[in-house]
Write a protein that binds this ligand. Sequence first.
Ligand SMILES: [Zn+2]
Length: 344
Amino acid sequence: MIRLNDIFGQDAAVASLRAAVAADRLPHGLIFAGPEGVGKATTAAGLAGLFLCEKPGEDDACGKCRSCQVMESGNHPDYHVITKELARVHDKSGTSKATQLSINVIRYDLAEPAGRKTVLGRGKFFVIEQAELMTDAAQNAMLKTLEEPAGRCLIVLLTTHASELLPTIRSRCQTIRFASLPVQMVVKHLQRRGIDESTAEAAAEFSDGSLGLAIRWIEDGILGHATGVAEAMDMILAGRGAELVDLLRKGADAYAAKALERDELASKDSAVRAGLGVYLAFAARRIRQKIRSSGDEDFLDRACDAVDAIARAEKYLGANVNVSLVLEQLAGALRGEIGEPQRR
Ligand SMILES: [Zn+2]
């Protein structure tokens, strides 16, 4: 089973959770807010082990009691994890794209089991992944359980976008922030898993300190595109121009293909958008890194222009503009303002 002792790089979050457990001051609802793949779900699982343990030690689960044993076996009857994939179970057509967590999911998988007696007697623990995908109706259906749960109950909402949750939910939960992991820490952990140093470094940079994403992207084999984007950014910043847009498109397509392999009912357009967003953010980080190490004014001008172009592309992407148009705009901005001034 996952123990709080196993969590690394999130000392502040874990310490505040331990303090709340020790003082018996856990609220009914917690929001774990922070980037993807930095340990929110792992920490929730560790906290569940401690919360449900029959003989908890000072700051962690005992690992031996009946509750810890079933936790270890992966099917604790009082531990419920709610995902957007569950939405499909409640959709009779079975073809739902499940891009939202509906009121049905919250009713059947949270409110109803929360109202029943606990099976092992220690309480009930719920985790909602990607909680920002809950519809307003779903969030409202959760309020009663948050306010007056039947018995000892803890709901943990995992989210990368806490601000998208309703104010009524946020005000009833305590928010615990999870930060990106230091890049060197991610590199070390990847190497411990047998990944070679240069791959580990590229993955840690590309994922911006998210161990979960770094592992996924290594498995997906899409780091090559990231390296290509990094090199193209360097060329553009050197004033030489590069086929960045083509690389971005290929990278986003490869990203989307892997996402659809994992989940064939996912939307292709959203997957391409998500992929492109990842590569744009990476390109912007690359520029920031270079700026830190340069005092050259011409370079700074080019870098600022490139950042502006990327920021506009990210804005269009968020405003649901067609992906091809986003890329065309970006290509034009990079050609016109930087990279290939002869075409001005
Ligand atoms: Zn135990």
